[in-house]
Design a protein around this ligand. Structure first.
Ligand code: SF4
Ligand code: SF4
Length: 428
């Protein structure tokens, strides 16, 4: 059973908004070990680096502290967290016992590969049952391309797509609705349709078509929820030399390298295509965030709300067990979580890590509105597109019942939306 928010947590978080804060999110990297081959990630299995893993007792201590300090969202990331499935399950149950309402994890689904072998069905059904009973709220499964073969080649996991297709109904019947997680790359459209050597117009068209193909593909696979990870490219790091990835989900590989102008084009393509698919699949990515990130690159460097990384959102690295403001400010270790004291931080907008940027953007108007209502009204008055997209996001999140991965998609709620009007409203 998912914990959900208690009345006390709701009241406390309202008070927190009034003080200019947002509910805390902690991403804990269990290990940087992985069994996949993804060239877009430094933790891939071919990298000869030494691998580390946080101990179970250490992890339980971190979870207790996170609960005591009022963190509402806890993500277990890797590497591949399911390499330690039994321990992961224990940690999810432990976090649930400590009343953390939003517990999330993700996988490359390697354990779904052997879909045509004896014992597969009973094994996956047992896992679906255990995960569903653990208190897990959201489970992500990575899918890199609209083309199954391209995805399996990128990941080095042949057979995984057939396994996902076969397994999803068993998860659904246990009341757990995994999300397809796309990391934007130049092969979203398939290996024979790469986004290489394209001008901005070509890239925009490519991304729109490929993203549509991606959403069609994951809907056909059986997903009812999806998320998009924005490109973390070395262009960001070149522009912001203070960034140093401590989270290895980054690589200088060409398939995920995009210049800032290209990223702006991608945000725009996403903002145009997501509303089309909103009635059919629950898509996390807020349109207001995509708009703000695009505008941050093209027009107004401080348009987006500052990221809550280092303020309310944090990352714990498997490398040293230390706390960081996020996965990309590796030069700013905050030391051990148990010794950490909250300190003022400068506003940061140095990267587009959606894990922190999307909720920062979506929650920005709440704490601004409660703390400095005049400032929020000014922003809404000055940028009507932004305010329309933000209200549309709120309505959509409510229709999706806040992306509770324990609840089935309700088509009637989503089809009422008129989400596509956001396209014409925002298109220039
Ligand atoms: S992206 Fe995920 S599955 Fe791929 S190598 Fe990195 S941690 Fe492993
Ligand atoms: S914008 Fe957020 S995630 Fe990116 S470097 Fe700054 S604090 Fe970290």
């Amino acid at each position: 059973m998912a914990a959900g928010y208690s009345p006390f947590q709701t009241a406390f978080d309202f008070f927190r908004f009034c003080c200019g804060r947002v509910p805390g999110q902690l991403v804990i990297q269990l290990s940087d070990r992985c069994n996949a081959a993804c060239p877009q990630c430094d933790m891939n299995r071919s990298n000869p680096m030494a691998r580390r893993r946080l101990g179970q007792i250490e992890m339980e201590g971190l979870i207790r502290l996170a609960a005591a300090r009022g963190f509402r969202s806890l993500s277990f990331t890797g590497g591949e967290p399911f390499l330690y499935y039994k321990d992961l399950l224990r940690l999810i149950r432990y976090a649930h016992k400590h009343k953390i309402p939003m517990i999330r994890t993700g996988t490359n689904a390697f354990f779904m590969r052997a879909w045509n072998q004896a014992g597969y069905e009973s094994r996956i059904k047992r896992m679906a049952h255990e995960l569903s009973a653990s208190g897990l709220r959201n489970l992500w499964i990575s899918i890199d391309s609209q083309d199954p073969q391209t995805h399996e080649e990128i990941r080095g996991l042949p057979g995984v797509i057939s396994g996902v297709r076969k397994s999803l109904p068993w998860f659904h019947s246990e009341g757990l609705y995994p999300a397809a997680n796309l990391g934007i790359n130049r092969l979203v459209g398939g290996a024979d349709r790469r986004a290489d050597d394209m001008d901005e117009k070509g890239l925009y068209q490519y991304m729109k078509e490929s993203l549509a193909g991606f959403f069609d593909f994951v809907i056909e696979l059986g997903f009812t929820m999806a998320n998009v990870c924005y490109p973390m490219s070395s262009a960001s790091l070149e522009e912001a030399p203070t960034l140093l990835p401590v989270y290895g989900a980054y690589s200088p590989h060409a398939m995920v390298q995009f210049q800032p102008r290209e990223k702006a084009v991608i945000f725009r393509a996403l903002r145009e295509i997501i509303p089309v698919y909103r009635p059919r699949i629950r898509i996390f990515s807020p349109l207001s965030s995509l708009y703000a990130l695009e505008k941050q690159i093209t027009e107004e460097a401080d348009f987006a709300f500052p990221c809550r990384g280092g303020l309310d959102f944090f990352f714990i690295s498997a490398r040293d067990g230390n706390l960081y403001p996020c996965g990309y400010r590796g030069q700013e270790s905050l030391g051990s979580f148990s010794d950490w004291k909250r300190k003022p931080q400068s506003p940061c907008r140095l990267c587009e890590w959606e894990c922190f940027r999307d909720p920062s953007e979506l929650l920005g108007p709440f704490y601004t509105g409660l703390g400095q209502p005049g400032r929020l009204l000014k922003r809404f008055r000055e940028d009507k597109i932004y305010s329309r997209l933000w209200w549309s996001d709120l309505r959509y999140y409510k229709s999706c019942r806040f992306f509770d991965g324990r609840l089935a998609l309700e088509s009637t709620r989503l089809s009422r939306g008129g989400w596509e009007s956001s396209i014409s409203d925002s298109a220039e």
